[in-house]
Design a protein around this ligand. Sequence first.
Ligand code: NDP
Length: 295
Amino acid sequence: MGDAAIIDGKAFAEDLRARIADLAARFEETAGRKAGLAVVLVGEDPASQVYVRNKGRQTVACGMESFEHKLPAETSEADLLALVERLNSDPAVDGILVQLPLPAHINEQKVIATINPDKDVDGFHVVNVGRLATGLPGFVPCTPLGCVMLLKDRLGSLSGLDAVVIGRSNIVGKPMAQLLTAESCTVTIAHSRTKNLPEVVRRADIVVAAVGRPEMVKGDWIKPGATVIDVGINRVPSAEEGKSKLVGDVDFASASEVAGAITPVPGGVGPMTIAVLLRNTIVAAHRNAGIALAE
Ligand code: NDP
């Protein structure tokens, strides 16, 4: 292991959840009800089941109400849309999350478009995407928002720093680039067609890897002292026969020799995602109830 400081996302997320629990308790006192998050899962995808279970558990642990809707894989699009409409008009529900991916016969965009943007705690509705793009208050996707929280905690102001985001997905890469732009970074978005990727990455004070390719970003791509945020979660075979392990999109061993600070996988960005989801939910609850957020 090298000299890089380890950015402890697990500890940061714990802290954040404690602050959310405080806000949730005060919300309950003022509003006379708990803040509520509805999570909808369609089908039996094992990874999604784990996410949904963890989300439910952490929602309750923060003093909020968790409404879980588990629907069979063959649920029709019309039935799912009807459920989303019911949740939209349910005053006990402040945030709605439909776990992706959905079965192939359901149009994800149509489902996301049906969620009331003011309950869209995932920040995927085009209204929230537009709000982020134009600098209006709205809901921001949880993973990139968590990355920015870690970066600001580590570096303070990000103003003027060169940032390279590898990946341009709607849920991570693009919102990440927009958040960094809003923090006055000079942002480059790299993707599968980028030429000379190692050279592009080497310019960066901040590297965010959201690619989905195990250990792709090597230590010699990193500018000495740079801050590296590894969003990737990849399951690969481990040295132990028949076992697997999680690795990021960054080759941690070589990158931590060069970087100033780096998030590990697991224990870096991963734990931030649900914590930020809960944060978005408590913010939604305050807005929906017309109560000022007392921070
Ligand atoms: P997507 O597959 O939607 O996007 C991957 C992006 O990486 C694309 O823009 C693609 O480019 C780019 N890419 C692929 N191969 C290369 C390459 N060889 N060189 C440069 N760029 C490349 O993935 P997501 O954004 O959804 O997720 C990215 C990673 O983050 C995954 O490992 C995922 O598991 C993880 N993740 C982790 C979360 C967490 O909670 N920590 C939450 C969400 C995701 P192009 O557009 O040209 O195809």
